[in-house]
Unconditional design. Structure first.
Length: 323
């Protein structure tokens, strides 16, 4: 199986590599086969280089391609996989409402996530709130919330975060309105800074409520915000305290030590997309085993310039969607 990873994203690669190792160690899954991880590193947003690497992997004979995380490069990879009938497995947020025959994305569908926020706001009974968003992707994530029928009697304010790291002026403007219900949509790296500045200007009181849209809030140090009584709410797909996750992280750390590398990953420091990559490999392996019961499966070299496709691709994707 092939893995395409941005050169700046080493943890995605580590998750992929050790998921393959774990599958190979578990003889209950694919007892008569060994998965081989073929990894290629590509620059983010470099679609031409990504296309070349995909064609190289297809020539080696792969049963599926995983990644990359960049939306620009991933769409090119998807096009090639569709043409060659190779399963393409993703673990990233994708706003496009697509139904590609050879694509499987483990990340929750944007519309599903947005509706979950609607349900949460309804349960809170908020009659007004302010949305603070970082970029246009944030507005796409919250589109169901913005057009929901519940909003007919709800006062909504939408403000974009400044591109620098000083959010105090914007937060002071929000404070002047008297709004205490905040929806914050930004990268997890910015959450602590924004909350710290909110604390400095008196917006982290027992009366304030924050709905944070990031699935990676577990990676943010919230220690200094514990004692103000502010309600911080977020959804998560990953429980970093689960024993299984801690065991996986230990395997990663010791595995890296075997190769003379030092890993700084912890169970609290795993991004949701990284955990989904680990799950994606196991999902693929289970589907491959189920398909293998009904027919003999072999990979073959495929040329991007040829007309020959992989005959098992469609069936394998269907089995993945059934698992």
């Amino acid at each position: 199986i092939g893995g395409l990873f941005d050169i700046t994203d080493s943890k995605q690669e580590v998750a992929f590599r050790y998921a393959v190792e774990r599958v190979n160690q578990n003889r209950k899954i694919l007892p008569n086969s060994i998965l081989s991880a073929q990894i290629e590193k590509i620059p983010p947003q470099d679609s031409f280089h990504a296309s070349k690497q995909v064609c190289h992997l297809l020539r080696t004979g792969v049963a599926a391609l995983f990644g990359p995380q960049s939306g620009t490069t991933s769409s090119h990879v998807q096009s090639i996989c569709d043409a060659m009938e190779i399963p393409h497995i993703e673990t990233r947020w994708d706003y496009r409402l697509k139904n590609d025959a050879y694509s499987v994305n483990l990340y929750p569908h944007p519309k599903t996530i947005s509706k979950a926020y609607v349900d949460l706001i309804e349960s809170f009974g908020w009659m007004s709130y302010t949305i603070l968003y970082e970029d246009n992707q944030g507005l796409m994530r919250l589109q169901e919330l913005l057009k929901s029928p519940i909003n007919s009697d709800v006062k909504i304010s939408v403000r974009q975060l400044p591109i620098n790291d000083d959010y105090r002026a914007l937060l002071k403007e929000v404070k002047k309105t008297g709004e205490v219900h905040i929806i914050l949509d930004c990268s997890f790296e910015k959450i602590q800074t924004i909350l710290k500045q909110a604390l400095q200007i008196g917006m982290m009181t027992p009366y304030h409520n924050y709905l944070i849209t990031s699935f990676d809030l577990h990676m943010v140090n919230l220690e200094e915000f514990k004692y103000g009584g502010t309600n911080l709410t977020a959804y998560r797909l990953l429980d970093p305290n689960r024993i299984e996750i801690r065991k996986v992280v230990e395997d990663w750390i010791f595995g890296e030590m075997r190769y003379g590398r030092v890993s700084d990953v912890t169970s609290m420091g795993i991004k949701t997309e990284t955990a989904l990559m680990y799950d994606a490999v196991h999902l693929f392996a289970q589907a491959l085993q189920d398909l293998d019961r009904s027919r003999s499966i072999d990979t073959k070299s495929i040329s991007c310039n040829g007309v020959e496709t992989w005959q098992h691709g469609s069936s394998l994707v269907n089995y993945m969607k059934l698992v």
